[in-house]
Write a protein that binds this ligand. Structure first.
Ligand code: 13P
Ligand code: SF4
Length: 318
């Protein structure tokens, strides 16, 4: 990845600001975006916060700096607004691990068992699901259901994490996040030996043996809240490295270490989501200039997917 120079970042940031006003747009950016994109966003947040922002905004245009399923959720919730995804090819490999056809085959195996779909799924899959969840509310969502069994798609690690906090039986899809699933116990032990005083905070998309070693397990924005409130001064971060931007900005006196910089099989350092890094300032400018790429969802799918998202959003924060 070529790092843009400070001057280029400044020039592009000014262009974004001017275009944003011209288009009456709001820029939402996920906590994993590159620093300069987070810096120009109106709101940064985790998946749940960004879904809520997408509902609350008065803007006519939503520029979603994230991956495809996130922009799709914004489009599902706001049919009257224009939702733009600057990097139209930014997908989520975990979301691609479940299709409506495969899900419907599983539903036939477990008739009447409700489906809880992580927001990291396509609109077509959400449309076949009963309710959505994010890593911030998965336990509350599962416990809100009347059934004593639930199907959780697509993340087996999130399902295993949630199983610890519910008496309901979770039937888990076998998907995983290709970024978090690579985290190992060995990496945690190494980081702990290098930073003996640091707390280890992990995302629930990490495998269970890793989560067992964590001082705290939570969503990306949950990590920001935890670091802000904690009296500790050093933290090992077990999630995508983009979160370091806000952790360091909000806590200049605290130190944050990414869990591992080891190379991955695709040659990027550990805890780098290639898809989240596809959005650049150039693409945000181009997106606002040309009003591209507009994300839409067929109406019949949208209405059914919206029911699953609305049910999630109706669950009180807790
Ligand atoms: P949260 O920001 O909701 O914790 O999600 C993490 C993630 O993997 C999004 O793709
Ligand atoms: Fe998908 Fe994982 Fe990247 Fe999130 S971090 S977008 S779950 S691949």
């Amino acid at each position: 990845m070529n790092e843009p120079t400070t001057q280029v970042i400044e020039e592009l940031s000014h262009k974004v600001l001017a275009l944003k006003q011209k288009r009456h747009a709001v820029i939402l950016a996920h906590n994993y975006q590159v620093d300069e994109v987070q810096a120009i966003a109106d709101f940064t947040g985790d998946s749940l916060e960004l879904s809520r922002r997408a509902v609350d905004t008065d803007a006519e245009v939503i520029v979603f700096c994230g991956v495809h399923f996130m922009a799709e959720s914004a489009a599902i919730l706001n049919p009257e607004k224009t939702v733009l995804l600057p990097a139209w090819y930014a997908g989520c490999p975990m979301a691609d691990m479940v299709t409506p056809e495969k899900l419907n085959r599983m539903k036939q195996q477990y008739p009447g068992v409700p489906v809880v779909a992580y927001v990291n799924t396509s609109a077509a899959v959400k449309a076949e699901s009963d309710i959505c969840c994010t890593s911030a509310n998965v336990v509350n969502v599962i416990n809100s259901l009347a059934s004593d069994r639930v199907i959780c798609i697509p993340d087996k690690n999130l399902a295993a994490y949630a199983q610890q906090f519910t008496s309901k039986q979770i039937i888990a899809w076998k998907g995983f996040c290709i970024v978090h699933n690579l985290v190992t116990v060995k990496m945690v032990k190494k980081a702990r030996s290098e930073h003996p005083g640091a707390l280890f905070i992990a995302h629930p998309e990490c495998p269970m043996p890793v989560l067992k070693l964590a001082d705290h397990v939570t969503s990306t924005s949950g990590m920001l809240r935890y670091a802000r409130k904690s009296s500790a001064s050093e933290f090992i971060i077990g999630t995508e490295r983009g979160l370091l931007y806000n952790l360091r900005k909000e806590n200049p006196d605290k130190r944050f270490y990414i869990l591992s910089d080891d190379p991955t099989p695709w040659d990027l350092p550990m805890l780098t989501c290639q898809n989240m890094k596809r959005t650049t300032l150039e693409l945000v400018v181009r997106s606002l200039e040309n009003m591209e790429t507009v994300i839409t969802v067929p109406e019949e799918t949208r209405i059914r997917a919206k029911t699953a998202l609305d049910r999630m959003l109706a669950i009180p924060r807790g």
